[in-house]
Design a protein around this ligand. Structure first.
Ligand SMILES: *Cc1c(COP(=O)(O)O)cnc(C)c1O
Length: 348
């Protein structure tokens, strides 16, 4: 079975981990600090705080922005449940908004419609590796924007790295993401003040005062893997773009909806869409052919909350299929995926 996602791990990654394992310092230490600095520099930001996961990065970002009970935080429906959890961790009110149908990202006009006096922040995920088109217009609302770059490490927009637009940006290094530390996350920013707050909240030990703090630390074992993955990140991204362009070349005549080509897109996911209601059948047939494809968002957030409307999120959820696209896919696997998709569409 060709898995839907798979980390790209090499000998260099193994060696990096073993060096730390044998060093006698395996929890958060010098290597984690080095990873923070090198990752921040890759994204063109001043500094970062490494954490145990992306969800923690969202949580501590909201705390650093002093989002509290009864404040509202705008998030899209068609995204990862981590956003909803983070808003609920701080007991704020999630204000769910719809997406743009063309690129699956949070809609500028829907944000505008949902602004209230209580809006304290907006979390803007760049879904599937595609930079949010109207990020500059979203910034003009003057609200703190947390960019969620969990799926878009290395993507660019308006000639700048994704993650450099918001006041804070968060990243995930979960096993299925663009680069991995197993579990892991980071907050980046140019604001020393906000990063200091987050650094203070990450670790509870040996503090002068008491307040609620968290144990959200990354280990040096993970950071070593992160550093060695970071070295290969430009190659990972190049490979993703090449595979996406190969897919598009072979699928463009099938009458499917395929991703539009965009310069700054890193194709974390390659989404194809087809007629409503045939998606489940299509997924079953591909699995039978030995290819594990998935809906790229398991369930939109408005479903969990029992909310009506959200027509674009609903439609995207019903029609979208994510096919495997990761750097370790072999030529043969790519060929098999192309042939199977083509066969199913010609057959239909
Ligand atoms: C994966 C993901 C997260 C959460 O990251 P974890 O490391 O799994 O906690 C947040 N936002 C988006 C858009 C994601 O894809």
């Amino acid at each position: 079975m060709i898995p839907h996602s798979k980390p790209t791990i090499g000998k260099d990654d193994e060696e990096a981990i073993l060096r730390v394992l044998h060093s006698g310092q395996i929890a958060q230490g010098r290597i984690t600090r080095e990873f923070e600095k090198k990752f921040a520099s890759f994204i063109d930001l001043k500094d970062g705080v490494a954490l145990n996961c992306g969800t923690s990065a969202l949580h501590l970002s909201l705390l650093a922005l002093e989002v509290k009970e009864d404040d509202e935080v705008i998030i899209p429906s068609y995204t990862c449940t981590a956003l909803l959890n983070a808003v609920n961790y701080v007991r704020a009110k999630p204000r769910i908004v719809d997406i743009d149908r063309d690129d699956y990202n949070i809609s500028f006009s829907e944000i505008e419609k949902n602004l209230t006096k209580k809006t304290k922040a907006v979390i803007v995920p760049h879904m599937f590796g595609a930079p949010v088109k109207e990020i500059l217009k979203i910034l003009k609302f003057g609200l703190p924007v947390i960019e969620d770059c969990a799926q878009a490490i290395g993507a660019t927009s308006n000639g700048k790295m994704i993650g450099t637009f918001g006041i804070l940006s968060i990243f995930s290094f979960y096993a299925t993401k663009v680069m991995t530390t197993g579990e892991g996350g980071m907050v980046l920013s140019n604001s020393k003040r906000l990063l200091e707050k987050i650094r203070d909240l990450r670790d509870y030990d040996e503090k002068k005062d008491y307040k609620i703090r968290y144990n959200y630390k990354m280990t040096d074992i993970q950071a070593a893997l992160g550093l060695s993955q970071l070295r290969k990140l430009p190659d990972f991204i190049k490979k993703r773009k090449e595979t996406a362009s190969t897919y598009s070349r072979h699928f463009s005549s099938l009458g499917l909806r395929i991703p539009e080509f965009r310069e700054g897109h890193i194709y974390f996911r390659y989404i194809i869409e087809q007629e409503l209601s045939s998606v489940e059948k299509f997924l079953r047939k591909l699995r039978r052919a030995g290819i594990n494809c998935k809906k790229p968002v398991f369930r939109p957030l408005h479903h969990y909350l029992g909310l009506k409307g959200f027509l674009n999120s609903e439609d995207a959820w019903q029609c979208s299929v994510s096919i495997p696209i990761y750097p370790s896919l072999t030529e043969n696997e790519i060929k098999k995926i192309i042939e199977s998709v083509r066969y199913l569409f010609v057959e239909k």
